[in-house]
Design a protein around this ligand. Structure first.
Ligand SMILES: C[S@@+](CC[C@H](N)C(=O)[O-])C[C@H]1O[C@@H](n2cnc3c(N)ncnc32)[C@H](O)[C@@H]1O
Length: 238
């Protein structure tokens, strides 16, 4: 698709960690938003994921994207770079992508933002600090803002923080349905529902063990052909 090709070209010039499969997933999710709530991104860095979300939104119902980031990096960044300020690059990347009119940057932490945030949320993308307590706080603070039928998406779910939050809180919640890990990516996604079914709850438990097995497979030495068979067998969880 030409539109996706164009966004790919733009985002490939923006520093960040999101791969194209993940970007296209965010684009499609934002394009599907109906307007019952806004789009919230926690953790923007220089705008790679923000641009995918904003372009998807513009291809759909032009729902406002709130991009929350203090622009001072996370612990893992500050450990290797003593001074971080990504705000200028973020704004100039939004301008370069012509999405600045649809994105509202909020230069604060997610915890500082949530109390004053009054709009319902239809799509929540969590990619801020990756330590367990921060991801837990992001989820607990913002999940109540998500409308029923809204989508929550986590990035970097192979990191311990997001992985544990998904295992302990998300997949154990009775308000989660349609959960899955996107194949070829580190994205986890799930829909919010008032109360899920028993089969949803069982499936969500099952997903925890399948994911652990998949992560284990990626850490051990096996012939490529065996790994391929294992990964193909796990594809249906995405
Ligand atoms: C992994 S980067 C985000 C990458 C971005 N989503 C992308 O695709 O390029 C994590 C970002 O989270 C931000 N961050 C750290 N703590 C935060 C917090 N409490 N609230 C919001 N953002 C936070 C950092 O400043 C950093 O820019």
């Amino acid at each position: 698709m030409d539109a996706i090709k164009d966004v790919r070209l733009i985002t490939n010039s923006v520093e960040g960690w999101l791969n194209d499969t993940e970007g296209i997933y965010l684009y499609d999710s934002a394009r599907s938003c109906t307007g019952k709530g806004v789009i919230v991104e926690i953790g923007s860095w220089k705008g790679k994921s923000t641009i995918w979300l904003a372009k998807g939104s513009l291809a759909g119902h032009s729902i406002q994207v709130y991009a929350i980031d203090p622009h001072t990096g996370s612990e893992e960044h500050r450990a290797i770079m003593p001074y971080i300020d990504t705000y200028r690059d973020f704004i100039s990347n939004l301008q370069m992508a012509s999405v600045n009119h649809i994105v509202k940057p909020i230069r604060k932490t997610s915890a500082e933002t949530v109390a004053d945030f009054s709009s319902p949320v239809e799509l929540l993308f969590i990619d801020g600090a990756h330590d367990f307590l921060s991801v837990k706080r992001d989820f607990l603070n913002w999940f109540p803002r998500l409308i029923e039928g809204g989508l929550v998406v986590f990035h970097d779910t192979d990191w311990d923080g997001p992985r544990k939050v998904i295992e302990q809180l998300v997949l154990n919640s009775r308000m989660i349905t349609n959960a899955g890990f996107l194949s070829g990516s580190s994205i986890f996604h799930a829909k919010k529902i008032r109360k899920n079914s028993v089969s949803d709850a069982l499936f969500n438990r099952y997903l925890i063990y399948l994911r652990r097995f998949s992560l284990y497979l990626s850490t051990i030495q096996l012939p490529a052909s065996v790994k391929r068979i294992g990964n193909n067998a796990l594809k249906f969880i995405s």
